[in-house]
Write a protein that binds this ligand. Sequence first.
Ligand code: KIV
Length: 304
Amino acid sequence: MSTQPAPKKRITIHELRRMKEAGDPIAMVTAYDATAARLVATAGVDVVLVGDSLGMAVQGHDSTLPVTLDQMVYHSAMVRRGLDRAAARAHLVGDLPFGSYQAGVDDAVRAAMKLVAEGGVQAVKLEGGADYHEVIRRIVRAGVPVMGHIGLTPQSVHKMGGYVVQGKDSEKAQQILKDARALAAAGCYAVVLECIPVELARIVTSQLAIPTIGIGAGPHVDGQVLVLNDLLGLDTSFTPKFVKRFAELGPAVEGAVAAYVGEVKARTFPADEHGFHSASVRLVPAPIEDDHEEPQGGVMGAPI
Ligand code: KIV
């Protein structure tokens, strides 16, 4: 008999649309492995994103650009297993990484299908606006739901000249609104709005029938997303303005490991309760290949 919890029906793109219509906020967070997936799903998130932010959060790069499609598949499959083992309902989205969809529509469709087939995601996310209309249309036509991502798009960091707030003047704000409409028209089922003014995010949200998920876009959106490492306070060296640290796990982890190191050095760990004992067992001396060593026997379990 299986010891795994019974599977529940996963949250679909239609359910997310109903949440917007009903005014129920959508809670989305990133996860990059099975343990994190199980924890965030048990905590009640609606959407789990295997973001290419793993390039910075996990791999130690200073941008998302080096992340490959194979790595996204690898992490997505781990997260899929974590959600399944927790019998979680959370909707699972995977990022199409830099270079997997920009060069052509056929590449993009193949990449999206690979992430679904091998990574087990229900949908893919890609960065870009109206220019990606055809790419999105074709991925959706192949049966893969697409979440858009506009505003600050980290894969275009060099074009943007850094990780800076987007859409601050009328012309740029107008372009973001146009991009948002183009994504919805192309068939996106939701769109991430990253680092845009609160006022613009409110207008975009009110004009779209599909849910908007904000990060650094204020409260007038249909849902919020944060990078898990940020909300857990794992890295306290830099916290963007839009992040709230809901815990201080970085210092907590350092404290726990420092206590372990201290006990190993002081020989206070492991204590007796961490070891295994046996009844008194007599060991017969075994022949030793090395003729320089004398055969040794002993009694296990006897007092030393
Ligand atoms: O890669 C990522 O984690 C993201 C979110 C920040 C939206 O794209």
